[in-house]
Design a protein around this ligand. Sequence first.
Ligand SMILES: Nc1nc2c(ncn2[C@@H]2O[C@H](COP(=O)(O)OP(=O)(O)OP(=O)(O)O)[C@@H](O)[C@H]2O)c(=O)[nH]1
Ligand SMILES: [Mg+2]
Length: 221
Amino acid sequence: MSRTILIEKKILEKNDIAAARIRQKLIADNTVVVNIMSGPGAGKTTLLEETVRRLAGKINVGVIEGDIATDNDARRVERAGAEWVVQINTGGACHLEAGMIERALETAPRGMQLLIIENVGNLVCPSSFDLGDDWKVVMASVTEGQDKPKKYPGMYRKSHALVLNKVDLAPYVNVSPGLFVKESLEVNPALKVFLTAATTGDGVDEWCDWLASLKKRPASV
Ligand SMILES: Nc1nc2c(ncn2[C@@H]2O[C@H](COP(=O)(O)OP(=O)(O)OP(=O)(O)O)[C@@H](O)[C@H]2O)c(=O)[nH]1
Ligand SMILES: [Mg+2]
């Protein structure tokens, strides 16, 4: 085995051990963990702001924000009313790792029902790292173009749901949301699909209903 592959294998093994510890820790409170991944700027934080506003008073939601730099996203979600938010700055790494989530959880309150993790904006690396999550969500925006699901299939294959955002812009960028969804389902037919315009709120209620209905998945799945 070449040295590069060996090092990559070791990094992923270390990550998996930390992810297992996270699952063990969160099982006590039955906290459902959702990992949202997308390319930069698809609208993750905008959707989270709307989500936090809608779920306030119904579900106890915590948020972990992942970015290379700045705490802008944590401040946005906090302003929207999130009870517990932590910003992770990776300092250059293009994805979150389980060890980072473990450290962030040290200050988490008890009784969190839903933990939403916004991963670093990147369509490739984040899906390789288990964060102790129960549900993985790939978010895309129509402005990326409908060829992206097949060009970046890994994240689509590993996800349970697709949020196709910025549908309000579809007429201006010559993209068909229906075709985008079709291309996505050809990569992963099991994806649960949401069409949203996070800035206008379109489709966000359906997304929030789904989040509120989620159960923890067995650790082995
Ligand atoms: N027209 C339109 N603009 C949107 C929509 N959702 C988000 N935006 C805009 O897209 C830009 C990026 O949104 P963010 O929510 O910061 O995206 P993000 O995925 O969190 O970005 P990173 O965390 O940097 O990867 C902002 O200017 C938003 O106002 C939408 O549904 N329609
Ligand atoms: Mg963001």
